[in-house]
Design a protein around this ligand. Structure first.
Ligand SMILES: [Mg+2]
Length: 219
């Protein structure tokens, strides 16, 4: 349980989307299973070889804006990645109790801002599927900022766009590298997510306060 006294000083709530509010299974399944099989079949490659090749390419781009950029992968892989994503859009789902949590936040006085590394086209797809945009004062994509959330430059530029006080801001993000970058920037209140992907075990989160269920958040 995360006590409500830790919420007393909060004015701005920054929320990640994928793996925090929405099930990361959509993204993981797409990149690790569905896309490799499709790309392999286009290039006369078996699924195992395609997965190995792509894994190496993914690792090279991890934590950069390119990794999150559909245009980058569309060019690199030579087919329309967004179109392929639409094949599995039935996997786009809220994490348990995320919608109720967002509604509660929305009914409160907090400034609620989505900060996501997701590409704008992908945000659009997810909004069409979930109407998640209705809960936010603002939605900010790292692609509009020009840097991934893993980079200090993201936080510096974000701070010039929206006036938040670092002591009065809470960030909830399943990505520990992102949380470390936000901590370095000085954001004081940081929570991570125990189980970003409904089909995978809990992640190792010792470094940060962890949310097991949004129902535990008492504010
Ligand atoms: Mg995430």
């Amino acid at each position: 349980m995360i006590a409500n006294n830790s919420w007393k000083s909060i004015k701005t709530v920054l929320l990640d989307m994928d793996g925090t509010l929405l099930d990361l299974n959509f993204d993981n399944y797409f990149w690790q299973e569905y896309l490799p099989v499709h790309w392999g079949s286009l290039n006369n490659m078996d699924a195992v070889t395609a997965k190995m090749q792509l894994k190496a390419w993914y690792a090279k781009e991890a934590g950069t804006l390119s990794w999150y950029c559909l245009d980058f992968w569309t060019e690199r892989l030579n087919f329309n990645v967004l179109e392929l994503k639409a094949d599995v859009e039935h996997l786009i789902k809220y994490r348990p109790h995320a919608e109720t949590f967002l509604q509660r936040l929305n009914d409160s006085d907090y400034d609620v801002v989505m900060v996501t590394n997701a590409h704008e086209d992908l945000i659009k797809m997810k909004v069409e599927k979930t109407s998640i945009d209705i809960f936010f004062d603002q939605i900010i994509s790292a692609h509009a900022i020009g840097h991934a959330k893993e980079e200090q430059s993201f936080w510096e530029k974000l701070h010039t766009k929206i006036p938040f006080n670092r002591d009065e801001t809470l960030l909830i993000d399943d990505n520990l590298t992102v949380l470390r970058a936000a901590r370095e920037f000085g954001i004081k209140n940081l929570f991570t997510i125990a189980k970003p992907d409904s089909q995978n075990p809990e992640q190792e989160t010792a470094e940060f306060d962890v949310i097991h269920s949004f129902q535990d958040l008492d504010f």
